[in-house]
Ligand binder design. Sequence first.
Ligand code: EPS
Length: 402
Amino acid sequence: MRRISFRTAGESHGRGLLAILEGLPAGMPLSTERDVDPDMKRRMAGYGRGRRMQIEADRIELISGVRLGETLGSPIGMLLWNRDWKNWTTAMSHARPDPEGNPKALRRMHLPRPGHADLVGVLKYDRHDTRDILERASARETAARVACGAVARTLLREFGITVGSHVTSIGDIEATLPRELPADLNAAADASPVRMLDSDAADRVIASIDRAKEEGDTLGGIFDVVVRHVPVGLGSYISWDTKLDGRLAGAMMSIHAIKGVELGLGFEGARRLGSRVHDPIQPAPGDRPPSGYARPSNRAGGLEGGVTTGEPLVIRAAMKPISTLRKRLPSVDLRDGSVADAAVERSDVCSVPAAAVVGEAMAALVVADALIEKFGGDSLSEMRRNYEGYTAYLRDRRQRHE
Ligand code: EPS
């Protein structure tokens, strides 16, 4: 990200999570209850989550950056308290433990879970207790990202840009997609316990999550993030790090457990002839699309040359199954190097529906970043003037053809 930056802090069972988001324009109406908390709630949902989500009630406490309902252009500080922390005050204490205290709570974790950051973390940071690693490596951190993404989404909404997502498969069960996605994608997806647009597939998924849970196993899946009404011309082909496709893919890959990202046709495009991949260009007299050029298809997923075409951005991400398994995988005891089964922590069986909401947040942050890059980001009114100037320029260009 070039114009927006954000940083999160916090451990899964620590006091809470912090987020500082910088680079949003001044003068943007923002209320955490209206604009942020609904996304926090959406991230907590989904069939297959663990007991932790029954303990928490993620809600943002705003610390800075907003006055009288509008952003100031200063860093937006957000706090999220972990309710579960009260059960971890000894294990997660900042101070050295009291020798007379609770030794059970301080028991070291020494059986790294394959797939989690446990082993690489203890080796890299010279720690001996995998709790020192897993607390920060946990996907609990994504709650703070969703808070930042919700603020970015609020900016996008000012320009009519929407960000939605839906789950296309979980395990080997694939949703049959409607010909056209619903206008309000999130309303439709959120109505399903697994955020799928196919209720038959969703029922089968729920049964398979129950089965995986019984067997002590976990499930991954695939989700699509769709960003609509993006203006043509965000991002650039000029340099490798200005290309919006790279920026989106990097942001998606940074989400916990994401192992693959595709844009538009993605890997499928590599199997087809070029004539069945590229989206023909047609004249489009009239107002829609604003660029004046229509595409009968959107196999490019809204990006050509790393630049938005004005068609929806379609970003697909693959999540591996969660690595905490009650069906324990072989591991090694860090204390003596002996063969042992991996540790088990409370965890989720499947969190693909939640990951899709995190995907929306990351996409919103990247697109908001590119929007600010193109239209300037000091104030919302300045952005709007520049956006309208650009729209007027596109209209003039188009009218010269008519
Ligand atoms: C998560 C909170 C965590 C996990 C999950 C995501 O809470 P706890 O560890 O107390 O159960 O449920 O994290 C993982 C699955 C993981 O492997 O790190 C959350 O808020 O999303």
